[in-house]
Design a protein around this ligand. Structure first.
Ligand code: 5GP
Ligand code: ZN
Length: 111
């Protein structure tokens, strides 16, 4: 999608601080980090949100990428994955993404 910011990051048109990339997914640092480690794991194909994701292999792949990134960034002992969905879920970018947060003790429940 031409006007989607994460499609444009995934294609390389907009630069990002990349931590991982393969044919299906890209992971890059969030512009406004909420933790010492805050990375977004994003499928290259556009899905508005998790409810549109109809590809089981890609679903599994994204979680594997999250685990790989956690290990690479030294937070495998403790981190959190978040998928904000829709307005009430706090989603602000309508291209499916998984937040990976770590590097500090995270509180529960979230606000
Ligand atoms: P959401 O609120 O949709 O769950 O998360 C969107 C995230 O994308 C936010 O944490 C926001 O800081 C991040 N973000 C928005 N625009 C950009 C951008 O252009 N580059 C990067 N690296 N992160 C972005
Ligand atoms: Zn997109």
């Amino acid at each position: 999608m031409d006007n989607c910011i994460f499609c444009r990051i995934a294609s390389g048109e907009i630069p990002s601080k990349k931590v991982y990339e393969d044919d299906l997914a890209i992971a890059f640092y969030d512009l406004e980090p909420q933790a010492p480690v805050h990375v977004l794991i994003v499928p290259k194909k556009h899905y508005d949100n998790i409810t549109m994701l109809d590809d089981d292999a890609l679903t599994a792949h994204l979680f594997k990428v999250a685990s790989t990134v956690a290990e690479k960034l030294g937070v495998k002992h403790g981190f959190r994955l978040v998928i904000n969905t829709g307005k009430d879920g706090g989603q602000s970018v309508n291209h499916l993404h998984i937040h990976l947060l770590g590097g500090r003790e995270l509180q529960w429940p979230p606000g």
